[in-house]
Ligand binder design. Structure first.
Ligand code: ADP
Length: 240
């Protein structure tokens, strides 16, 4: 049995607004195995966020199927899907989605506490996760006492805590300076090397360089995919 974590099979997502149909995603198939980090690139509006939302079970396809760890998300009961999302899937949202009246440490510990881990143990795990992104000293601060880049790193710590098997990140380096961006990519890479599967949306070829593969979307279609030996920069027309 292959160690497949995520599988898209002919996935389409169509939005209807009034008379018009928007094909946000059209017939997209790809797979991500454990130990693999895949970058998703493409122009604005090409379907990148839609792809991540479908992979994370936050949205459902109009056609096709999305499987996580061999289970088709459409076949899961709501409670099973909620548990999978809480325990197995880490999601770094573009707007971070932090709880404003919880501290950094409480935000990161939250999914563990919801999973039944005792508060003290959950806090210990949260502090360790914050240390991985270099923020353990700010653990007691509330989100509005932190910069955008710091909030983003908290969101990343929260996505990596526990036994996450699939890490989905929408522009995880967006608000970070390049040194911090590299540091965050290194944390993500380490998590994937330890057996998770990762999918990250990025606009930056140099960050895509941390991925094993890059897939390119255009108008909701998967138009190209680099293998491990082709870099995103080459595909974008840089030096071969
Ligand atoms: P990207 O992340 O690459 O910028 P998105 O996945 O956000 O692209 O969007 C893909 C397409 O789907 C765009 O044309 C967008 O306008 C459309 N779209 C996304 N979400 C919705 C929605 N909730 N209702 C209608 N259209 C949507």
């Amino acid at each position: 049995m292959s160690d497949l974590v995520l599988r898209f099979d002919q996935v389409s997502r169509t939005y209807h607004s009034g008379e018009t149909e928007v094909h946000a995603l059209a017939g997209v198939s790809f797979e991500v195995a454990a130990g693999e980090l895949v970058a998703v690139m493409g122009p604005s509006g090409s379907g990148k966020s839609t792809l991540l939302a479908l992979a994370g079970g936050l949205d459902t396809p109009t056609r096709g199927s999305v499987e996580v760890e061999g289970a088709s998300l459409a076949d899961l009961a709501p409670t099973a899907l909620a548990r999978l999302r809480r325990d197995r899937i880490g999601y770094v949202f573009q707007n971070y989605n932090l709880v404003t009246d919880l501290t950094a440490a409480e935000n990161v510990a939250l999914p563990r506490e919801l999973a039944g881990v005792r508060p003290r143990a959950a806090r210990r795990e949260a502090l360790a996760a914050l240390a991985r992104v270099g923020l353990d000293e700010l653990a007691h601060r509330f989100p509005d006492q932190l910069s955008g880049g710091q909030q983003q790193r908290i969101a990343i710590a929260r996505a990596l805590i526990g036994q996450r098997r699939l890490v989905l990140a929408d522009e995880p380096t967006g608000a970070l300076d390049s040194a911090t961006g590299e540091a965050v990519l290194r944390v993500l890479r380490t998590q994937v090397d330890a057996g998770a599967a990762g999918v990250m949306v990025t606009h930056e070829p140099r960050y895509a360089g941390w991925a094993d593969r890059t897939i390119f979307l255009r108008d909701g279609r998967l138009v190209d995919s680099t293998g491990p030996r082709t870099t995103a920069a080459q595909l974008l027309g840089g030096h071969a």
